[in-house]
Every structure is written in C-alpha cells, then in structure tokens.
Design a protein around this ligand. Structure first.
Ligand code: C2E
Ligand code: CA
Ligand code: CA
Ligand code: CA
Length: 279
C-alpha cells in the first residue's frame, strides 16, 4: 500500500492498482478494436414457439481479437459501460444490425425483426432517438423491424428525461422489450407506464423448468401477467424439446435457445433463415 500522494488523496493498494491498470489496458484495446473494426455481430433466431417459424433475430456482439480469438460480450461490455465507450460501441451495433437487415431484405429473406441490446449508459449519455432515427433512415428500414431490448435495471432510472426518451422511441414505431425479465425488481408498474411490447423471460427460470416447481410457478405467473397486459413473451435459453413443449402449453409466444439455433455469423444466419422457409 502507498501513503497519501502529493495531492493527499492518492490512497491505493497494489491490488486496486493492478485492477485499474488492467481495466485501462482493456479500455484502450476496446477503443482500438472499434477503430480497427474488430467487433462482429452474431445473430440468434427467435421463433414462434409452436410452429417454429422464424420471427426475429437478436444481434449479439463479439470481439474478434487478432491474438486472443473470439471474445464473449460478458468479458468486455462491463468495462465498455464504465468507460462510456458503450455509447460508441452501441451506435456501431445499432448501425451494423440495421445494415445487415437491409441486406437480408434486399436478398429476399423472410421479413423479420432485428433485436438490439441497449445499455443504461446509452440512455444517459447519448441521444438515442436521434441515433435510432438516423440508423433507420440510413438503411431504409421500417421502424417496426427494429426491437430494442432493455434490462429491468434500465427502467429503474425513473427520471423525466428517461421516460420522455422511452416515449420518443415508441413514437418512432420501434418495439421495446424487457430483457432478462424476472431477475430485476418487483415494482411492475413500469410495464404499463413505459408501454413495452414484450417480456423476455430470463433463461435462469427456463433452464430448470421441468423439474423445478418454483421456476414453473414463476414462469406461469409471468406469462399470465403478460397476457392480461397484452404483452408478448419470449422464453430465452430453451435447450430441449420438453421445455419448449411445456412453455407452449403455458401459453408462451416465442422461443430462443440452442434447441432452435445458437447465435451465428451473418452468412450462416441467411442460410438458416432460407432453410426454415423451405421446410
Ligand atoms: P442476453 O441479452 O441475455 O443474450 C442472451 C445470451 O444467452 C447470449 O449470450 C446467447 O448466446 C445466450 N444463449 C442463447 N440461447 C442459449 C441457450 O439455449 N443456452 C445457453 N446456455 N445460452 C444461450 P452472449 O451472446 O454471450 O451475450 C451475453 C450478454 O452480453 C447478453 O445477454 C447481453 O446482456 C450482452 N450483450 C450482447 N451483445 C450486446 C450488445 O450489442 N450491447 C449490449 N449492451 N450488451 C450486449
Ligand atoms: Ca438480450
Ligand atoms: Ca436475456
Ligand atoms: Ca443476460
């Protein structure tokens, strides 16, 4: 540990220094990655849970590191959020997803929605409305083809400015969904107030659905509530057929998970989409 520095507030220990150092290094790397276009989006299908028909695709970021290979978002999104770099990364994600959608539509792929994850920092530090409107215009996309996924924690920012922004986004015609639903806070009044369209039931409840009565009770309650509020539901993390069937019986609308397909690079996704149409 080091004593107070020249300014009197430099009170840190070696571990904290190492962590900070590592974070700053990663921050620099992320900035370079953006400039060098090392990020890629993979796409995971979202299907009608009964018919299996392709309805949407979620864009998920990966970092194609020149030395380390493919890096998962959980490894760098946190740092990107703390450094504010998520604003630029998020803008890249939105534009890239819209660009890809435009290409797929031009190639005659079936109409579907593309879903993009948003971070709370993007609400605080950027004008999302302007950014979303620009991306839709740039690629000539119908706003109804774009869905924005918000986590419950985003909805805790109950400020006027935040609520105003949600209304503006809704007014553009894009869809809003709540990601990882059920893991956040229990104040549900926001569901009505913020006019979301869809709840994505968190995979932690879906995973053990068959043999865990408690998870089954929670999922049943979420689906019932969604129905009475006229919201759609998507179950995430469906890995086997028995779980799909159970969810369909409970009245869930849409499914996403390895049972249907893993997230995949854009070129594979196009093949997947075509194969489901001809099936
Ligand atoms: P998420 O939004 O909840 O995305 C779903 C995650 O579950 C993805 O992990 C997906 O690959 C994984 N998954 C889907 N189906 C299954 C399944 O059947 N079994 C299992 N075990 N996993 C499944 P991924 O791609 O590693 O993304 C992790 C998280 O990183 C995302 O969770 C999201 O919170 C964040 N993320 C990804 N892309 C972005 C982005 O562009 N912006 C922001 N802000 N966050 C992102
Ligand atoms: Ca998501
Ligand atoms: Ca999720
Ligand atoms: Ca998650």
């Amino acid at each position: 540990a080091k004593a107070a520095g020249r300014n009197g507030f430099c009170f840190f220990d070696a571990q904290m220094n190492a962590d900070t150092h590592e974070r700053l290094g990663l921050e620099l790397d992320l900035r370079q990655a953006l400039a060098r276009e090392e990020f890629v989006l993979h796409y995971q299908p979202i299907v009608d849970i009964r018919s299996g028909r392709l309805l949407a695709t979620e864009a998920l970021i990966r970092w194609q590191h020149p030395q380390l290979g493919m890096i998962a978002p959980d490894r760098f999104i946190g740092v990107a959020e703390r450094s504010g770099l998520i604003v630029e990364i998020g803008e890249w994600v939105l534009n890239e997803a819209c660009r890809q959608m435009m290409l797929w539509q031009a190639a005659g792929l079936p109409r579907m929605v593309v879903s993009v994850n948003l971070s709370a920092v993007q609400f605080r530090r950027s004008n999302l409305e302007v950014m979303v409107r620009a991306a839709l215009n740039r690629y000539g996309l119908n706003p109804a083809c774009l869905e924005l996924e918000l986590t419950e924690s985003i909805l805790l920012q109950d400020s006027e400015a935040f609520i105003d922004m949600l209304y503006r986004l809704k007014a553009l015609g894009v869809k809003l969904s709540i990601d990882d639903f059920g893991t956040g806070y229990s104040n549900l009044s926001y569901l009505q107030r913020f006019r979301v369209d869809k709840l994505k039931i968190d995979q932690s409840f879906v995973r053990r659905l068959q043999d865990n009565a408690q998870d089954q009770a929670i999922v049943t309650a979420i689906i019932q509530m969604a129905k009475s509020l006229k919201l759609l539901t998507t179950a995430e993390g469906i890995e086997d057929e028995a779980v799909r069937q159970l969810l369909a019986e409970l009245g869930c609308d849409q499914g996403q998970g390895y049972l249907f397909a893993r997230p995949m690079a854009a070129e594979y996704f196009a093949d997947f989409a075509r194969s489901t149409v001809s099936a």
